[in-house]
Design a protein around this ligand. Structure first.
Ligand code: RIB
Ligand code: CA
Length: 307
C-alpha cells in the first residue's frame, strides 16, 4: 500500500528533482505539492513547482501555495545558488495549470484528516509546517511521520552553523522538532554523502528524454555553485534524499535530541544535536548520519527512466 505523502518545497533545483523522483516512486502516493518561500520568493517557487509538474506530465497533482514570509523573520532567499528564477538553467514548459485556491496549510490539514496516515516531506523552510501545528492544534494525530530535508549534525551551509532550510525559519523548525510526530531529519551529513559527481551526470543525459536532459542541465547549473563555494566536482541533491528515505529507507539514522537555535548572534538556525546523549532529554528525531549513495543514485536514475 503506497504511503500518502505531501511534499512541501521551495523549488529549487534539488526540490524539482525530488518531485520527479517522488512521482515515479511506486511506494508513494503524492496527494499534493505545497510551496513555501525559500530558495526564491513564493510566486517563483510556486511557478517552478507548476513547471516541474507540467514537465512530468502530472498536472493532476494539486499544488497549494503557502507562506511568503517566515513566521517572524524577514525572508532570506538563495538566488546565489538557484538563480533569479529559482530554477535557472534549461528552458522549461510554461505551467499548464494554476495552484488550487486553498492555501498550503489548510490543504495539508484537510488532506491529513482525509488520509489514513499522511507522511509530510518538507524540503524547504518549515514555515508551512510550523503554521500547520499552530493553526490546527491536535493535527499531529493525523500525521504519521515528518521526513524533512534540513539541518546538520556538525556543519552548516548558509552559515558555518546553520543549514539553509532551518536558518530561514528557525522558529518554525523549532515547532516541528517539538511536535508530537515522529521526525526524521535528513541533514547535510546524509545529503553530502550522496553527492553525484559530474562524471555521473551522463547517466541522466543518456536517458535520452526531455526529463533526463532537463535534470542533467539542472545538475550542470547546480554544480557551478558547489564548485565555487566548496570546491566539489559534484552536487548534493539534498531534497531527493528525503524522498528516497521515505520510498526506500536509504538514510542511516541515529536517534538524537535536536534543539534549534533561535536567539544567537552567530548560530541562529543551528540544529544542536545531542549526539552523545549528554543531556537527560530524550531523542526527538531520527537524524541522518549516512546514506547508501549508490542505492540512492540508482533509484533516481531508474525513476527518471520512466518519464
Ligand atoms: O540546504 C539545502 C536546502 O536548502 C535544500 O532544500 C535546498 O533546496 C534549499 O532549500
Ligand atoms: Ca529545498
Amino acid at each position: 500500500m503506497p504511503n500518502d505523502v505531501i511534499i512541501d518545497c521551495d523549488p529549487g533545483h534539488d526540490d524539482a528533482i525530488a518531485l520527479l523522483l517522488a512521482l515515479q516512486s511506486p511506494e508513494l502516493d503524492v496527494r499534493g505539492v505545497t510551496t513555501v518561500a525559500g530558495n526564491q520568493t513564493l510566486p517563483k517557487t510556486t511557478r517552478n513547482a507548476l513547471q516541474t509538474l507540467t514537465l512530468a506530465d502530472r498536472t493532476d497533482v494539486p499544488v497549494a501555495s503557502g507562506m511568503s514570509e517566515p513566521m517572524v523573520r524577514d525572508l532570506t532567499i538563495a538566488d546565489h545558488v538557484h538563480g533569479e528564477s529559482g530554477l535557472d538553467g534549461p528552458e522549461l514548459p510554461d505551467p499548464e495549470y494554476e495552484p488550487i485556491d486553498e492555501d498550503a496549510v489548510d490543504f495539508i490539514a484537510r488532506t491529513a484528516r482525509e488520509c489514513d496516515g499522511l507522511t509530510l516531506i518538507p524540503v524547504g523552510p518549515l514555515t508551512n509546517i510550523g503554521l500547520l501545528l499552530k493553526r490546527y492544534p491536535g493535527i499531529e494525530s493525523d500525521i504519521d511521520r515528518i521526513v524533512l530535508m534540513g539541518g546538520g549534525v556538525y556543519e552548516g551551509n548558509i552559515t558555518p552553523a546553520a543549514e539553509f532550510n532551518i536558518f530561514v525559519d528557525p522558529e518554525a523548525a523549532s515547532l516541528v522538532f517539538d511536535a508530537d510526530v515522529p521526525v526524521t531529519m535528513v541533514g547535510l551529513e546524509a545529503t553530502r554523502a550522496a553527492r553525484v559527481p559530474a562524471a555521473e551526470f551522463e547517466r541522466f543525459r543518456s536517458l535520452d528524454s526531455d526529463v533526463g536532459d532537463v535534470v542533467a542541465d539542472w545538475l550542470e547549473f547546480f554544480l557551478e555553485f558547489h564548485r565555487e563555494q566548496f570546491g566539489w566536482d559534484g552536487v548534493p541533491i539534498h531534497d531527493a534524499c528525503a524522498v528516497a528515505e521515505v520510498a526506500d529507507g536509504v538514510v542511516e539514522t541515529e536517534p538524537m535530541h535536536v534543539t534549534v537555535e533561535t536567539s544567537s548572534d552567530h548560530a541562529d538556525g543551528q540544529t544542536i544535536c545531542d549526539v552523545r546523549g549528554v543531556t537527560d532529554v530524550p531523542p526527538n528525531a531520527d537524524v541522518g548520519v549516512d546514506i547508501d549513495r549508490d542505492r540512492f543514485v540508482d533509484r533516481l536514475v531508474d525513476a527518471l527512466e520512466n518519464y
